[in-house]
Design a binder for this molecule. Sequence first.
Ligand SMILES: NC(=O)c1ccc[n+]([C@@H]2O[C@H](COP(=O)([O-])OP(=O)(O)OC[C@H]3O[C@@H](n4cnc5c(N)ncnc54)[C@H](OP(=O)(O)O)[C@@H]3O)[C@@H](O)[C@H]2O)c1
Length: 261
Amino acid sequence: MLKCKLNITGHCLVTGSSSGIGKAVALEFASKGVPIVAISNDKRALVKLKNEITSVFDVDCYILNKDLLDEKSPLEIYQWCMDNKIDVQILINNIGLVCSGRFEDSCEKSNEDLVRLNLFPMLQLTRYFLPTLKSHNNSYILNMSSLGRCIPMPYKALYAASKAFVYSFSKALSVELKSANVQVSVSCPAGVYTNPHVVQRINSGGIIAKWTSLSVDRVSYFIVNSMLKGKKTIVPGIGAKFLLFLMRVLPESLNILIAVE
Ligand SMILES: NC(=O)c1ccc[n+]([C@@H]2O[C@H](COP(=O)([O-])OP(=O)(O)OC[C@H]3O[C@@H](n4cnc5c(N)ncnc54)[C@H](OP(=O)(O)O)[C@@H]3O)[C@@H](O)[C@H]2O)c1
């Protein structure tokens, strides 16, 4: 097995790692020699990821097929790690659902699923793994927000609100854990070309959506290397950074108009 070149002896646990940003982040850490614990509800894709990681990078990869909509899953994941002496030093709370359309047309079950999946696994896993993370001299939590957290987004109201929660929680936790040497980072990407639904949304969006969107490999490379360098707020890409600057200087009413575009 490759010895990790970083000051990391433990594992990196990634939620939602069978595809998209989560998979790319898992591969990026594996390329640095960090063993992976990959979680998702797609067993076949997880087995493929495990084969890729073990053969290409010669690094351990444990896979756990769990539905994170099930409120018992985070505790089961934690217990599995304890039972198997898997020492988690990096926790990547990546999983998240997106919604679109008018809130009044939405269905209660989809709304509940979005709130549950975007918030609860992050809160539960963070709480369970904190003692393990604190036992290291240096450890990391990365929570996946979105640039959409900056403004109220009509037609994606619940999504943007959930990502504002993730951002606010992460920034507050970062301060609480400063003296414990647990670094909490939050990533706020604009569009990322991941699943076909997102790709179609970016392609049918306006010029701003296209200009600020990046490939999943560029985003994951940027996120992983930024967090390892100590960055607490990670906004991948010049386009997204410029958009963030605009959002800060423009009045909220104008920002909301741009978001609808
Ligand atoms: N893509 C973007 O433009 C963008 C921009 C900003 C922020 N983000 C955030 O980045 C994160 C990842 O986004 P993404 O586009 O990479 O997502 P994605 O391509 O849809 O991948 C989501 C991952 O989560 C897994 N998953 C979904 N539901 C699950 C469940 N109930 N239990 C366990 N695993 C489940 C999926 O497995 P299956 O394939 O089996 O469902 C997949 O591995 C999200 O938090 C998202 O909000 C994305």
